[in-house]
Design a protein around this ligand. Sequence first.
Ligand code: MUC
Ligand code: MG
Length: 378
Amino acid sequence: MITIDHIESIIIDVPTVRGHVLSMTTMMTQSVVLLRVRFSDGSEGWGEGASIGGLSYGPESVESIKLAVDSYIAPVLLGRDADRIAAASGLMARAVKGNHAARAAVETALWDGLARRLGTSVAQLFGGCIHERLPVAWTLASGNSETDIAEAEQMLSERRHRDFKLKIGKRKVKDDLAHVAAIARAVGDRGTIRVDVNQAWSLTEARYGVKGLQEIGCVLVEQPVPRERLHGLRALSQGYEIAIMADEVLQGPADAMRVAAERAADVFAVKVCQSGGLMPAAEVIAIARAAGIGLYGGTMLESGLGTAAAVQLFATVPELAWGTELFGPLLLTEEILAQPLEYRDFSVAVPTAPGIGVAPDPDKVKFYRRDRSDTLRA
Ligand code: MUC
Ligand code: MG
């Protein structure tokens, strides 16, 4: 039997290419937890746990992810059978409630390790690739309409992205509508415009906002109202033609079931970290497919490692009607992978090497790990 021998969690902080302005915070750095599992046969597996803007996006931060892994998950998994991922996930679920990103990081590393030992890809373990490449949207979130337009022009001319998600919800609704209209006008038929409100609107604001967005030609609105207000999400989905996408409300399969049963959204943004791992994310996908809800490959702005894991899963999904936003590594000033993911022609290639198909560059990890800068500062 091959056992789980060592679990290491490493917080890294990497500056972003520009300030990323969201309704609840502005990110200048993205912090993630890289997770390495060592197995008794000498093999290893990597995963990643990420959150956005400290604790301003959701219930987990990199510090809480590291604490959950080191103090509560590692003790129940060490010495266990490395190939029995379902059993390991069950143990994690019993020992740790919530903390989905922490569990996702460990679960992903177990899948990566198993696939590497078998000499195959994680996608193969989830049924095999249907797609060789996945379309990738970009988020325009500089906080300024002119800067966003210039950025969109650059992405279009480089053929890097043509679907744009605008982060709104920080300004007055009227000002946000003017901002979206200016960018939609500039992009025209060359791409699509979507928005993410990150829960910032009341239902009244959302009614006004969604109507305005629909008139502007925006095609989708993500999580306009707080995650607790399912009735609000439902009212918007049923009241307008424009697609309403669930994000923060989807913390795993049970939420997916609730949203689908209420028919409260037209599209699911599926995130590996938010779902609690690759298998729970696959379950969220299965619920959406059964309910006739559209799918979108979401991101928690993971680095290349977590992004590659998500690419492996989404490559196995027959129809991703809204594509993906798996651009996390491109928001960082530095690539932390030894071999970067390949982005071109508005899409990312599914890596074909064993496991999640990528591995971190040890020097980059050494440079960006938080405990190193703690040592330097001391
Ligand atoms: C979110 O709320 O979807 C995804 C892309 C981005 O820019 O932020 C995230 C988080
Ligand atoms: Mg979102």
